[in-house]
Write a protein that binds this ligand. Sequence first.
Ligand code: AMP
Length: 528
Amino acid sequence: MPYAIGIDLGTSNSVVSVIKDGTAFVIPDEDGNRTHPSVVSFGHGQNAIVGNKALKQMAFNPQGTVYSSKRLIGRTISSEEVVKARHTVPYDIVAGEHDDPRIRVHDRVYSLQEIGAHILRYLKGLAENWLGEPVNHAVITVPAYFNDNQRQATRDAGQIAGLEVLRIVNEPTAAALAYGLGQAKNEFVAVYDLGGGTFDISILHIMKDVFEVVSTAGDTYLGGDDFDHVLMEFMLAQLPDEQQRQVRRSPSARLKLKRASEQAKIDLSTSEQTEIHIDALVRDERGFEQPFKSRLSRIQYNQIVFPLVKRTFEVCDEALTAARRVPGDVGALVLVGGMTRSPIIQEAVENYFGRVPELGVNPDEVVSVGAAIQADTLMSSMSGATVNTGTLLIDVTPQSLGVGTVGGFVERLIERNSAIPSGTQRVFTTSVDAQSEVKIEVYQGESRMAGDNEKLGEFVLQGLRPAPRGDVKITVYFDIDASGIVSVTAEEGETGTAASIRLEASTGLTAEEVQDLQSDLDFDNVGF
Ligand code: AMP
């Protein structure tokens, strides 16, 4: 049976794993790093550098080095996240033909799917080198709150990278799978995920093989970077005013201090005390370089970062309230993200939920390991092998689907987390006398108000029989196939007049463009 890899395509870092002879392996790069920065750097030639080497390019080639692209994939140019990024990132974000954000580097414009594909292609290559054979199948994870467009765009990125994407799996679900949760159990699981830039909490309900994401809450701007930042401010305050100004003005001094702060934070996960030493941070009044030295204890660190830790629990309250649960209902607790190696986080989470978290898998690798387990299970079931007894996840709709009704409301036809393929029908009536046509608007989302959901498309059913309002009955059929593509048909019973629409997530790229880009990327990576 060919190997299938599991990929955690993260905002700051990505991880790739594989199941070999029944054991999960996290695949390193040639320097032994097991996590790979989700960074793509373009030089003046066409070739892209990815991972740890690309991260080093950030200081030298800021306009040509793309990071945090996951914040943009599958969104529109006018979305809040993209508008925010345009103000903060040094690379150039431009509008694509289909209202999608694209990235311009050295006169070439890249879709976000291509950027994602470069990362995925790199990870595929690492796996191939490590296994010594080609790898063409993968499971890729995405945040539970990703909508159809973001999921489809991630799938397209995989296809451009030359991967058959067996399944897109929710990150918290993958984390739970890595611990073997859910096998024949019926329980609630909390997945607390504190990474470099974002915080997510998900409450899952696992019933047999169905992993329902009951609620998610998060803060897309709360992560390890903020912990480094408060630590940096703490150290900066130890310098005289003039030297503080020097550091604030100098990007390279700021970077040095940020790196030293991050290292101190990491050291304090295993030591009670740490020393910070930066060779040359500032200059004295005679222009001589001055070192920076300081000490920090874990107790001090805990006090400094406490407000940030507290913020994560406000988000946990929100997720539990939305799930109509209390911390005591949670039967298992899973930690995800490098920051959860920090003792203060582990202790605080344990206190909040009143239970010890699952242990044994590295928190920055757990999502990728879960994805690899699912990839292996899917591959085995496809090839008819019987040895694998893993949980075969049932695909579910990530968000509810419905049609717009009078007054700006939505009537839900398919609830979120319904297993797919799925179909349903509902009868509607006309709302005015002698109504000759009806517009069917299809929405995706959880709000009762149409305007708060995402509109997937609309079509008009014409030629209705003239009759008093309420007399004409229109049956609306919804169908979702196994790939998540939605078809909606409306039919007037008596005359048999019908109209329909097939909705595919609008990711900004057509199927042909995805195909073309796949060959482009092959060319880019000659000698990979
Ligand atoms: P991730 O996005 O999951 O790779 O998490 C990255 C974040 O975890 C960064 O902010 C790192 O500084 C932080 N991190 C990594 N290792 C540790 C550690 N041992 N202790 C505390 N934080 C860590």
